[in-house]
Design a binder for this molecule. Structure first.
Ligand SMILES: Cc1ncc(COP(=O)(O)O)c(C=O)c1O
Length: 470
């Protein structure tokens, strides 16, 4: 009654064919921009529940599923902040699915791989050797874990009482990601406890931050944490992390850094590496491997400098999970004591495979190149008639309007139409964001496949589309 294939040879042949289809797809990534899913294909996704032999299933996966991705494997995909994937990811996902390991704990190879990945990340980001970490779905979840550790450090009995009776306050820059607001909402701090400090191209205004902390103390509130941003989602800005660390230290506050993509400027060349100077002084950090380290979705990382604070927030093992002194049930520490999830997939292997397969230097060079390409796009925009940058290009984001001569509403409408037109034609994927009351085109270059030609032709395509639409 096993669910294994009845005919392993037929399965093997079908799987080999499907693997070839996957490799073909990646090899020809430049020919496959995003495309809408035809209605008849979407209809074919309806579950019949009938079952199929491996050949039929594999053919269906290759024909009906594989072509209809987000298009973020394409060299001109710069929407939102999407990672681009790696061919090595096909290998790691194949092995991970075969092993089917649960990384909540116990003593098996995948857990040791996750430890190796976290040790590497601590070294790469300058965290202390005694820091702890856990791989999670993404920066959003890592932020919840980190701020919960901050709360439990501030109120050690919080896990028992469930309420701290305090008006905790968290400070972040005005351009901080919505993940911070979500985290404070989930943790019961509430959005009224989130202070958004004005910022400039150099990040959060530090004098205003100090004043806000003092004012909250005067009002009887309990300042809890400062959240610095290393790479803001809209503009790619970096807070002055070293100065934020000084302030957090002076004020006795937890310093968390949202470094979803910007963490990896640590692997880049000057001048971009220097953007994240000071990141090593954080109490906690949230970042992603699935964005600028290009590994397949999903994989985020939460690092906490003080392992005791980390465990104090999450460690909990009922009798059936009790530590054994050896055997499969040994292998302390268990990752379930460092986060929310008990059952955990093998996210570590795809990171390990990227680091060991591609190598840290090549990954760093790809990150440097993304920044150089964003700067190139910025120059092209600055030189193009009518176009204008919405903000300086600091890291890997270039945000601009296609026609600065129009009224704000008309610019917004034009930019939205251009973004959609380019997406639908498969020419390039820009997303949009609002800067100073104008909806702008936004390229977040976390794409190791992008070339100079892609950047130049995409800017030219914006000009051509503007002419056509106007
Ligand atoms: C700066 C920043 N923080 C947080 C997030 C949320 O990360 P995730 O989507 O991995 O949860 C993002 C996503 O783009 C981001 O850019």
């Amino acid at each position: 009654m096993s669910l294994d294939p009845e005919d392993w040879e037929a399965y093997r042949a079908a799987a080999h064919r499907l693997l070839d289809a996957c490799i073909d797809r990646l090899e020809s990534a430049a020919d496959h921009p995003w495309q809408p899913i035809p209605a008849d294909v979407a209809r074919r996704y309806a579950i019949t529940g009938a079952g199929a032999d491996p050949a039929t299933l594999s053919d269906r996966l290759a024909r009906d599923v594989l072509p209809y991705g987000t298009g973020n494997t394409h060299p001109r995909f710069w929407g939102w902040v999407h990672g681009t994937g790696l061919a090595e990811g096909v290998l790691s996902e194949m092995v991970a699915a075969t092993m089917n390991a649960n990384l909540g704990g116990r003593d098996h190879g995948a857990v040791h791989i996750e430890r190796a990945v976290i040790d590497w990340a601590k070294r790469a980001l300058g965290f202390p050797a005694a820091a702890s970490g856990v791989l999670v779905t993404g920066t959003s979840q890592a932020t919840v874990l980190a701020l919960q550790a901050a709360r439990v450090r501030a109120v050690p009995d919080l896990r028992r009482t469930g309420a701290d009776g305090l008006r905790h306050i968290v400070y972040c820059g005005a351009g901080a990601h919505n993940a911070i607001a979500k985290a404070v909402e989930l943790l019961g701090v509430g959005r009224d406890g989130l202070r958004k400090i004005p910022e400039s191209d150099d990040g959060m205004d530090l004098a205003t931050l100090r004043q806000a902390i003092a004012a909250d103390r005067d009002a009887g509130h309990a300042p809890l944490a400062v959240v610095g941003t290393a790479g803001s989602v809209d503009l790619g800005r970096f807070d002055n992390l070293a100065k934020l660390a000084d302030i957090a230290q002076d004020e006795g506050l937890w310093l968390h850094i949202d470094a979803a993509f910007g963490a990896w400027t640590r692997l880049a060349a000057a001048p971009w590496r220097q953007l994240s100077d000071g990141i090593d002084r954080a109490d906690s950090l949230a970042c992603d491997f699935h964005k600028w380290m290009f590994v397949p979705y999903d994989c985020g990382l939460c690092l906490i400098a003080d392992e005791d604070a980390h465990r104090a927030a999450f460690a909990a093992r009922p009798a059936y999970l009790a530590a054994q002194d050896g055997g499969l049930g040994g292998g302390e520490p268990w990752f379930c004591d460092y986060g929310i999830d008990l059952s955990r997939g093998n996210r570590a292997l795809k990171v390990w495979t990227a680091l060991e397969g591609i190598g840290v230097d090549r990954l760093g060079a790809a990150i440097t190149r993304c920044c150089a390409l964003a700067a190139r796009m910025g120059d092209a925009v600055a030189q193009a008639p009518l176009m204008a940058l919405a903000a300086p290009v600091v890291s890997n984001l270039c945000v601009f309007t296609a026609d600065s001569g129009l009224a704000p509403d008309a610019q917004s409408s034009l930019n939205r139409h251009i973004a959609r037109d380019l997406q639908e034609r498969g020419a390039a994927v820009f997303s949009t964001t609002d800067v100073g009351g104008v909806t702008c085109l936004r390229a977040a270059i976390t794409n190791h496949r992008t070339t100079e030609k892609d950047v130049d032709e995409a800017v030219a395509a914006v000009t051509e589309t503007r002419r056509r639409l106007l």
